[in-house]
Write a protein that binds this ligand. Structure first.
Ligand code: MN3
Length: 235
């Protein structure tokens, strides 16, 4: 992903942190050593209306995400894990305590989630990503069905994912709690490209129990430019 784009989207606070840049870049190996900063939301709370309401966004970002961040920093401060990159950290999830696993996952997953929504206008996957989706799912519609099904059927709290495995092959999965496809505890691992939060806190104020409606509306606010950039960076 081009650094220039990163800076324009996230703002100088986050761009000033090489480690957070690395979260999006996935290249190089930069130790985190307490350099994590809590990132700015890349758009206004009301930017995703009517599909996600401003009050949900405000609570989700300023309470939930901030809470994961604070607890994650507290949990890794002064430990050997503080010197790992986020990829290295999640690659040894099976050895981590639950505070690092849950809050580290919560911190990282929401970063991806905010970034893969919004944008100034409707976007579409790059030709390259569209071709890969059609190669691995048959059609774009079949991919959407598969992803939506993963999101709707994840039992309880969790996330749906579009991920590229180590060979660049795309797959859809879901994870419970704050786990993600970078973790060594999930069945299928790879680099996440697109994610959807299906915890009730992500939709309950507006949709109550209607998770399927929230999932179907997600397609209206996906920032395919960002997803395509992530795909380019892992190829
Ligand atoms: Mn959440």
């Amino acid at each position: 992903m081009k650094r220039r784009n990163f800076i324009s989207l996230i703002g100088t606070t986050l761009a000033a942190s090489p480690v957070l840049a690395q979260l999006y870049n996935e290249t190089g190996s930069i130790p985190m050593a307490g350099q994590y900063e809590f990132p700015k939301l890349p758009y206004a709370y009301n930017a995703l209306e009517p599909y996600i309401d401003a009050q949900t966004m405000e609570l989700h970002y300023s309470k939930h995400h901030q809470g994961y961040y604070t607890k994650f920093i507290d949990a890794i401060k002064g430990t050997p894990e503080a010197n790992l990159t986020i990829d290295e950290l999640f690659a040894k999830t099976s050895t981590l305590n639950s505070a690092v696993r849950n809050n580290g996952g919560g911190f990282y997953n929401h970063l991806l989630f905010w970034e893969n929504m919004g944008g100034p206008a409707k976007t579409a996957p790059s030709a390259e990503l569209k071709n890969a989706i059609e190669r691995d799912f048959g059609t774009f519609e079949k991919f959407k069905e598969s992803f939506a099904n993963a999101a709707k059927t994840q039992f309880g709290s969790g996330w749906a994912w579009l991920t590229a495995d180590n060979n660049g092959k795309l797959f859809v999965s879901s994870t419970p709690n704050q786990d993600n496809p970078l973790m060594d505890v999930v069945a299928k691992r790879g680099t996440p490209l697109l994610t959807l939060d299906v915890w009730e806190h992500a939709y309950y104020l507006h949709y109550q129990n209607r998770r399927p409606e929230y999932v179907d509306n997600f397609w209206n606010i996906v920032n395919w430019d960002k997803v395509s950039e992530r795909f380019r960076s892992v190829k």
